[in-house]
Design a protein around this ligand. Structure first.
Ligand code: ATP
Length: 373
């Protein structure tokens, strides 16, 4: 096992900078997830650590060893890819033991290790099968098994669950987490799926356009995102963003005036007439479903400001325990995601007034995406 340290790593492809200023240190035994939208550079970072790419500049350490010039096979890392890349003519046992076979490890030790790994991944009854006789989930476990059997210092996993169906992905994700708890091998996991990032990681590295946006544990990143990109990327449904203009102690949100409590205002240095993006998570919005009352409340309050917004329901998605609502601000293209209890009955066209918990409000600079509050 080993820690992994990246110091100012940069990778250019001709005139494209895929990643830059990549600096972090993963302590021995931790599970870190690199997450971000397609093209943000996560696979490039992982492949650079594996030795499948060469950094244009910067230093990369595995343990105390500077490995920039060490070839992939001598780095003592094992990588698992999205397409399992199993050898079709080999049995499960041969696939799992392949890395050891290549290293000319003693046959008896190989057998023993293959058996142990197969048992821990519930593959021991499938050892004689060929890959095409296995389900997708079983094939993925064989690929993991092949990596585990090598007993590497570091695991590198590149979207290993994305070929599995939803149920299997959830199950395998939980197995992976348990396996890491048992083995304690330093693991770096790449995904664009924020649920995988939140559920698996000791620490998440959020990337965008080749640069690190934030590093932190899942709860901290969710509760205190560094900028609008991080705020809207992590969380499902995502944080709502409302463009607003600040004037006379309130935010003008598409013509509706949202009053700002004094304590919230104190924390912000808002400037008259300036535009801001307001961020509010779906769970911090309460609804009033009595539409007549909603309209009344709003017309009563519209001149003196309120903490309410009037919206019209566009889409209703019942999920059993809860229902997701997509609702629009009248006369505007701005849409909000709202979570309500599964017993709440709503239909497209219904009007609601929303009470925002303004103590949970985030404020962003619309030009830079930087967080103000
Ligand atoms: P995805 O989730 O779609 O796999 P990613 O976050 O893993 O995306 P990378 O594959 O690391 O992103 O790519 C980062 C950037 O570098 C992209 O803009 C990509 O087009 C570019 N890139 C990656 N490999 C090469 C290459 N061999 N030649 C040129 N550009 C490349």
């Amino acid at each position: 096992m080993a820690n992994v340290r990246l110091e100012d790593i940069k990778r250019r492809f001709n005139n494209v900078t895929a990643i830059e200023n990549i600096t972090f240190e993963i302590p021995d035994g931790e599970f870190w997830v690199l997450v971000g939208p397609s093209g943000c550079g996560k696979s490039t970072i992982l492949r650079t650590i594996a030795g499948l790419e060469t950094a244009t500049s910067g230093k990369l350490y595995i343990g105390d060893r500077l490995v920039n010039n060490i070839p992939a096979r001598q780095r003592d890392v094992a990588m698992v890819f999205q397409n399992y890349a199993l050898y079709p003519h080999m049995s499960v046992a041969q696939n799992i033991g392949f890395g050891l076979e290549m290293r000319k490890v003693d046959r008896k030790i190989i057998q023993e290790r293959v058996m142990n790994v197969a048992r821990s991944l519930s593959l021991d009854h499938l050892l004689d099968r060929k890959p095409k006789q296995l389900s997708g989930g079983q094939q993925q476990r064989v690929a993991l098994g092949r990596a585990i059997a090598r007993e590497p210092q570091v695991f590198l996993l590149d979207e290993p669950l994305s070929n599995l169906d939803a149920q299997l992905r959830d199950d395998t994700r939980a197995e992976l987490k348990q396996l890491h708890q048992e083995l304690g091998i330093t693991t770096i996991y790449v995904t664009h799926d924020q649920v995988e990032a939140m559920t698996l990681a000791d620490k998440i590295v959020v990337l965008n356009r080749g640069r690190i946006q934030q590093i932190g544990d899942p709860q901290t990143i969710y509760a205190s995102p560094a900028n609008q990109m991080v705020a809207t990327f992590l969380g499902s449904p995502p944080m709502n963003i409302l463009p607003a203009i600040y004037q006379n102690n309130s935010f003008d949100v598409s013509g509706q005036l949202l009053a700002i409590p004094a304590d919230v205002k104190e924390k912000l240095q808002l400037r008259q007439g300036h535009s801001y993006d307001l961020g509010i998570r779906p769970e911090h919005i309460k609804i009033n479903t009595d539409s007549e009352q909603a309209e009344q409340q709003l017309s009563d309050n519209s001149t003196q400001n309120s903490e309410l917004l009037l919206v019209e329901v566009k889409v209703v998605e019942p999920l059993g325990r809860e229902t997701l609502i997509r609702a629009g601000l009248p006369g505007s293209a701005v849409m909000l995601n709202i979570q309500v209890g599964g017993d709440v009955r709503l239909r497209p066209g219904d009007r609601l007034s929303l009470q925002l918990d303004l103590n949970q409000l985030f404020v962003f600079d619309p030009k830079t995406g930087d967080r103000i509050l």
